[in-house]
Write a protein that binds this ligand. Sequence first.
Ligand SMILES: Cc1cc2nc3c(=O)[nH]c(=O)nc-3n(C[C@H](O)[C@H](O)[C@H](O)COP(=O)(O)O)c2cc1C
Length: 298
Amino acid sequence: MSNAVCDLFGIRYPLVMGGITPKPELGIVVSNAGGLGCIEGVMPADGLREAIQEFRSKSDKPFSINFPLAMGSPEMTAEKAKVCVEEQVPVVITSAGNPKILTAQLKEGGVTVGHVVASTYHARKAADAGVDCLIAEPTESGGYRGEQEIAMMVLIPAVRRALPDIPLVACGTVADRAGIVAVMALGADGVQLGTRLMVTKEAAASYGDHVAKLVLAADDTSTMSAEGRIRPRISKPAFAEEVLGTSSKRTQMGQVAALIDEVVSVEDVFRELFEGGPELAREVIAKFDEIAQTAPVS
Ligand SMILES: Cc1cc2nc3c(=O)[nH]c(=O)nc-3n(C[C@H](O)[C@H](O)[C@H](O)COP(=O)(O)O)c2cc1C
């Protein structure tokens, strides 16, 4: 038995870090722990090459570069894709744009390509473009969710039904064992995390203090969609005002912030998901067994 996402990326656990920081430090920790660390490739080509080399000096494990395609000029993005091929980056994950833009160039250069989608329509387009993996991002998540607002409970089974054989990562809305068990039950092969990883001990140096403060204080009403085409989910201004005393600072974060009330280590996150997950799954099976054994009410 093997896991499609682990096999594709050559990793131990099907945990993919989202493009949440251009600094390589957090990704190095995630990759060294057995997941797929990430560098958000929003800097110029030279800076990207340096970040890749920095990553490699501290980890020999697979990692990804993330390109949000709506940001930066197409020429700059193509130049950065060339850097990924030259540096033999194992994985590129594209988001917020047309998967046809880079997929062929990257795959011809030997790079494995994943693409973030927020609907079945876009999942089909990405599969037609030849991507190796889909990262399905629902409306609850902290990422670029487009305009469709499709919830995780529908997005994952719908994409799975449309494309039964492609490795499928459920993106966001997961911070604990219940989250991973739920998305696996829906049909995902793995998870991509953003908000949970942002509030870890190892992430502290990559973000301003306000990020952890907002995530830790959040409840299920604390986020909203930003305006515009890619519509990231962000902290509400009134909530930021209440927590920080100012609404001028905000952070991109998922609804799952409501479930995060502690700064833990990256290792703790892996333990919660990959030891806690199977434990919870067994409890779920036990609940069904109890139902099966209960005599019907006559
Ligand atoms: C601060 C922040 C910055 C992000 N920047 C990007 C980005 O540049 N590119 C991208 O594809 N996704 C980006 N995302 C989305 C994440 O990669 C990830 O898909 C998302 O956070 C998962 O949802 P979750 O936060 O509910 O775990 C960002 C998310 C956050 C929280």
